[in-house]
Design a protein around this ligand. Structure first.
Ligand SMILES: C[S@@+](CC[C@H](N)C(=O)[O-])C[C@H]1O[C@@H](n2cnc3c(N)ncnc32)[C@H](O)[C@@H]1O
Length: 230
């Protein structure tokens, strides 16, 4: 099946906007039940569903030993904590990018208006949370915008899993910015990539991402589209 056919199939659900009403393969649901309830969504202000959380842990646990995850859009550290839970099994490291509460004027100019800028979680708060969750030494919080972090990226650091959940108007740009740093066989996953449950711009960009190059293991989990770069 081509990537385009896969996406058409993943998105053909056209019923009412009921979160439980689409994309429920048994394995994804099982991972959601087993692994997707560990952290308090309300406390973290997180935006991922339990099934998505469970699969983030599962995918992160599948990177090679000492693997590297890059997260674009860390916010309060919810998805970061699920990724780190899986990554711990591989002694890996995560680079989690977000402007946090820095330079709010610039964030206002560049924002996609997805999250309120008042009371944004601070880098210090997220660091404390991740340490309290047992991930000391496994994370680097990169305070800034993905495009700036990508421009200064050390090319010696290769990425095994790229998780894109930052500015919903630049998912393709985020992919292109980090593509050159992906290891062969790296996973890429994009959040909010469903026409009814995500953002139109992300849906458009996900078509472009998965039309670009060769992919295997395409998966659709709620609003996430993910694949492995060959
Ligand atoms: C939807 S939230 C992320 C939620 C988080 N992944 C979770 O599930 O808990 C998107 C975050 O990306 C941040 N953001 C927006 N543009 C960004 C960029 N260019 N680079 C990095 N982060 C960005 C926003 O400020 C916000 O904190």
């Amino acid at each position: 099946m081509s990537a385009n056919e896969f996406l058409d199939n993943a998105w053909k659900e056209s019923g009412p906007k009921v979160i439980s009403g689409f994309s429920r393969p048994v394995y994804h649901n099982m991972m959601g039940l087993l692994r997707g309830y560990k952290y308090d969504k309300l406390k973290y202000g997180g935006m991922i569903r339990h099934t998505e959380a469970g699969m983030l842990t599962t995918w992160a646990s599948e990177v090679p030993e000492g693997g590297v995850v890059v997260e674009i859009g860390c916010y309060g550290g919810l998805s970061t904590s699920y990724l780190l839970t899986g990554l711990k099994k591989r002694n890996g490291k995560i680079y989690a990018i977000d402007p946090f509460n820095s330079d709010l004027g610039k964030q206002e100019d560049l924002s996609d208006k997805c999250v309120p800028l008042e009371d944004k979680p601070t880098k210090e708060l997220v660091a404390q949370r991740l340490e309290a969750n047992g991930f000391d030494g496994m994370f680097e919080l990169c305070e800034g915008f993905s495009q700036e972090v990508a421009a200064a990226w050390d090319p010696a650091v290769k990425i095994d899993f790229l998780w894109i959940d930052g500015n919903h108007e630049q998912a393709y740009q985020d992919f292109k910015d980090f593509e050159k740093h992906l290891n062969p066989g790296a996973r890429v996953a994009v959040h909010d990539a469903h026409p009814r449950y995500g953002y139109e711009a992300v849906v458009r960009d996900v078509r472009k991402i998965f039309a670009d190059g060769s992919w295997s293991g395409l998966e659709h989990v709620k609003s996430i589209i993910s694949g492995i770069r060959n």
